[in-house]
Design a protein. Structure first.
Ligand SMILES: Cc1cc2nc3c(=O)[nH]c(=O)nc-3n(C[C@H](O)[C@H](O)[C@H](O)COP(=O)(O)OP(=O)(O)OC[C@H]3O[C@@H](n4cnc5c(N)ncnc54)[C@H](O)[C@@H]3O)c2cc1C
Length: 608
């Protein structure tokens, strides 16, 4: 790749994720279908799998005895405190006088099926290492299994449970369709093996499926959902927010017993073949996203107590310079007015910790109540910084609720099926449109066959400064502020007219907070295909957005150093001669020219 001399950036910032050789091998033997047919999706929407799972749990067997209780930790509940399934498993183990065993399963095919990126996997492994150590102190083994064939995972789990003469299995629910189906199968197999299986809600503040319209339907619009969500929460704060106790220690016998002692010995791998980080990126991730529950609480505390700082823009340690003195103008207090300013750390930057469950969303809400003189009600109103922040946590619940109520969105379908036929310049192959075998492998994302415009978008070389700054921030930090995600996503789907699923995949592969529900929600919002979306005719003008979200241009100058000397309009929209002089690309498309193409194609889906 040709670099101008002034383009002094880390290798990583210019070399977005592409398939690793061993990932390619994995792909060639496993090619999940990424986009379901409309018919298949409608069928699943009519009978969402969550409710089948809950039914299966209700009808689980109640075995009289067993020699152990197992807690199955998943990628979204990487913590020991306030973890419902872990807490329940521990209570049962204590009551029965048997050891509690923790299990984590590494399933590379699932990583591939969900476009999991190396950063998110590395973050998982780093957190697991700490969890293993903490659990060991309680004499609870964290046993790690790698299971290669995704299809046989349920029977693999059951044979592990049988080997331990397990009485019951406990896990927090994962809400993606594939995972729900897998757990339904686990329930069936557990029942026929005389083992009880319990899956509980943990990820949300208000569990999905509970907040409904007067007609007993799922909300597809955020504002009324949020109002009802808040009222439901405040009706029974203790029920929704009470902290689950930490697990009890196992007896000393466990460490010596023939049956269980070997379970302590499985190490947490340093990396997973096919999902390795290069050394430079690993170092950056370790600095920018340190691990562990204590760190997550410290990051939360700083958000609640201290001022936003410009020194925190970019890929730096979030806890650098230690704790500062409490300040009345703390980030959460100013969140209502400041949150769209990306030149300082005005938002919490807790999303990686929430996505991986290193901190519970309940703990975040409890902290806001404490901040308001131990209020017994949750402030989720639009008039305060705290209320506004709690509303963001409600967005997270909202999108999980959408995933559960309209599973089609996790099957690669648009929520608004009428936009399924919008003509894209580049679309994610689905294997259903007569695409040749191996369509997934020839998917243009990430395998070196990108079309030029997509490549420029990924690398942050579109010639539109605000978009490039956003994408380079993603490539450098594995994270970018919400507004910049919206701008980059809108540019890809409307200006470049590329399938939102292409961008969704790239974000999943590169974000450290990659989460199907929020990522899909954000992409479908930007592409106008989702629930409560940006209407298709309200296309962001990236240049006016740029002036709004980065008025002083600090964010652009940080991530697009070629433009560091520019100010004002020149920075937001450099002329061709200025761009040429600075070695910055000219715009890949002209916004005013391509806008009409998007309007036309959305107005008449199917027409070019
Ligand atoms: C195209 C696109 C893709 C996105 N992909 C992801 C993703 O993969 N994972 C992810 O966690 N978020 C995603 N988001 C949502 C949002 O951008 C991030 O959660 C937010 O930027 C995280 O920064 P923060 O922790 O400082 O947020 P804060 O402003 O401090 O908000 C607190 C928490 O609320 C939740 N939250 C905030 N905004 C949203 C939102 N719009 N939707 C859902 N939850 C929200 C997050 O858990 C966040 O940590 C995406 C948004 C867009 C537009």
């Amino acid at each position: 790749m040709a670099l101008s001399r002034s383009f002094k950036m880390s290798k990583r910032s210019l070399s977005p994720s592409s398939a690793h050789p061993s990932q390619k091998r994995l792909k060639s033997s496993f090619m999940p279908n990424k986009v379901a047919t409309a018919e298949a999706a409608t069928k699943v929407d009519q009978d969402p799998p969550l409710f089948k799972l809950l039914y299966a749990v209700q009808n689980a067997v109640k075995p009289k005895q067993g020699k152990s209780v197992v807690y199955w930790m998943r990628m979204a509940d990487l913590r020991i405190s306030d973890n419902r399934a872990l807490s329940q498993a521990s209570t049962e183990a204590k009551k029965e006088g048997v050891p509690l065993i923790a299990l984590f399963i590494i399933s590379p095919q699932d990583f591939l099926a969900h476009d999991r990126g190396a950063r998110r996997i590395d973050f998982t492994l780093r957190n697991l290492t700490m969890i293993k150590e903490s659990l060991s102190k309680l004499r609870i083994p964290l046993h790690i299994i790698t299971h290669d064939v995704r299809k046989t995972l349920p029977s693999g789990v059951i044979s592990f449970l049988k080997d331990l003469s397990c009485k019951s299995l406990h896990a927090n629910i994962e809400y993606e369709v594939d995972e729900l189906r897998r757990d339904i199968k686990v329930c069936e197999l557990a029942k026929s093996s005389g083992i009880s299986a319990t899956f509980v809600h943990d990820k949300c503040i208000v569990e999905p499926g509970l907040v409904k319209t007067k007609e007993n339907k799922a909300y597809a619009v955020y504002s009324p959902y949020q109002r009802n969500w808040l009222a439901t929460l405040n009706d029974d704060v203790a029920h929704f927010l009470d902290e689950s106790p930490k697990p009890n220690p196992n007896s000393e016998d466990v460490c010596k017993s023939k049956e269980f002692s070997h379970l302590f010995e499985t190490p947490v791998p340093k990396s997973i073949p096919g999902f390795e980080l290069d050394d430079e990126d690993r170092k950056t991730m370790e600095t920018v996203w340190p691990t562990g529950e204590d760190v997550a609480f410290e990051i939360l505390d700083q958000f609640l107590q201290t001022k936003a700082r410009t020194s925190q823009m970019g890929a730096v340690d979030p806890l650098a310079n230690g704790a500062q003195n409490s300040d009345k103008a703390s980030r959460i207090t100013k969140y209502k007015v400041d949150r769209d300013d990306a030149s300082r750390n005005t938002t919490s930057r807790l999303s990686p910790y929430l996505a991986a469950g290193v901190i519970s969303s309940r703990a975040c809400v409890r902290a806001t109540m404490k901040l308001q003189n131990n209020s017994d009600k949750v402030d989720g109103g639009k008039d305060t910084g705290i209320g506004r922040w709690v509303q963001e946590l409600a967005w997270r619940d909202f999108y999980i609720n959408i995933l559960v109520s309209f599973p089609r969105v996790s099957m690669g379908r648009p929520y608004l099926e009428k936009y399924a036929n919008v003509v894209w310049e580049l679309h994610r192959e689905d294997g259903n449109k007569g695409a040749k075998e191996g369509a997934y492998d020839s998917d243009p994302v990430g395998d070196g066959k990108d079309n030029e415009a997509l490549k420029k978008w990924k690398e942050g070389r579109t010639g539109v400064p605000v978009v490039d700054a956003a994408m380079r921030c993603v490539n450098q930090m594995g994270w970018v502020h919400n507004r910049f995600r919206m701008i980059a996503a809108m540019f890809l789907t409307k200006d470049l007219m590329m399938d939102w699923r292409v961008g969704e995949k790239y974000f999943m592969q590169n974000l450290i907070d990659g989460d199907l529900a929020s990522n899909n929600g954000g992409w479908q919002w930007s592409a106008s295909t989702g629930v409560d979306p940006a209407p298709y005719f309200r296309i962001f003008n990236p240049y006016s957005q740029s002036k709004k979200v980065d008025p002083a241009g600090d964010f652009i100058r940080q991530f697009v150093p070629e433009l560091a000397k520019l100010r004002g309009d020149d920075l937001h929209d450099p002329s061709e001669s200025t761009a040429d002089k600075l070695g910055y690309p000219r715009p890949v498309v002209r916004h005013h020219e391509v806008r009409d193409r998007a309007l036309r194609r959305f107005k008449n889906p199917g027409e070019k």
